[in-house]
Design a protein around this ligand. Structure first.
Ligand SMILES: C[S@@+](CC[C@H](N)C(=O)[O-])C[C@H]1O[C@@H](n2cnc3c(N)ncnc32)[C@H](O)[C@@H]1O
Length: 255
């Protein structure tokens, strides 16, 4: 799959693309990321990419023309019979969530547009953008961090990228597992000397009894989800994902 990123700050992506476990996906081309410097598509000595907003007000607005020229160049290079979607990162977009990520993880890729300043001339959005995605209900200075968030989440779902193939199957929100949040994790030492004294790892995790460990982890996923994201628990329940034992365990825990 191929992602073309339109940005004024391509250099922000360099450390992201060349570090960590996802580097494998990017460097092997499994997730082929191409960065496009928007300024290269601007005209004039100053290579202007923004201007004052019509109607007045603070800040600057990204010009439609350089964006359109860049987008056309990408479209021409991709040369797809069925063009990949163009995605703009914006606070007004659909929230970036697991189902959105899995959709991209099994798709052909996308053209990702990273906004800056007050935003983008609406006429470019109306003409060229297919979907808008938000990282959450807050305002960032640019779309580069949301773009990296999407690329990271997509890359780790690609086969062979994580060291342990089963790793992402166990992650939170995976409907192929149970859609619940992940359970708590523990590692050495068995007894940790923390600020409140000695804290031991739950005994069951040292038992070597896989059935007991699995049952314990399921219970922990239920409790964690009930505590932190009752909305997610409700979705799993509505989809028929909770057994009678699950409901009993939740009642017993007062959830
Ligand atoms: C300073 S913001 C513009 C905010 C815009 N004036 C507003 O109030 O909604 C500049 C760019 O950052 C990106 N951005 C900011 N917050 C974001 C969020 N929560 N999710 C996705 N992209 C965001 C968008 O690409 C946006 O065009």
């Amino acid at each position: 799959m191929r992602f073309d990123v339109i940005t004024l700050f391509p250099e922000l992506f360099a450390p992201f693309l060349s570090h960590g476990i996802n580097r494998r996906a990017f460097e092997s081309g499994l997730v082929d990321v191409r960065l496009w410097q928007l300024r290269d598509f601007a005209e004039g000595n100053y290579r202007r990419v923004d201007d004052r907003p019509f109607g007045g007000g603070p800040g600057m607005v990204m010009l439609a023309d350089p964006l359109y020229r860049c987008w056309q160049a990408i479209r021409a290079e991709r040369n797809e019979a069925e063009p990949a979607p163009t995605v703009l990162f914006s606070p007004l977009g659909q929230r970036l969530a697991h189902p959105v990520v899995t959709g991209f993880a099994s798709g052909q890729g996308a053209i990702l547009v990273c906004g800056r300043y007050e935003g983008i001339d609406q006429r470019f959005i109306d003409a060229c953008v297919d979907a808008q995605l938000s990282l959450g209900d807050f305002v960032l200075s640019g779309g580069e961090i949301p773009a990296m968030a999407l690329l990271d989440a997509v890359a780790r779902l690609q086969p062979g990228v994580l060291n342990d193939a089963g790793s992402h199957q166990q992650d939170s929100f995976n409907p192929a597992l149970d859609g619940l949040l992940d359970c708590p994790h523990y590692t050495r030492p068995e007894v940790w000397h923390g600020p409140q004294g000695e804290v031991a790892v739950p005994e069951v995790l040292l038992s070597g009894n896989h059935a007991r460990i699995e049952a314990y982890r399921r219970q922990q996923r239920l409790h964690t989800t009930a505590q932190w994201r009752p909305d997610v628990l409700q979705q799993v329940r509505a989809a028929g994902g909770l057994t009678r034992q699950d409901e009993a365990a939740l009642r017993a825990a007062g959830a």
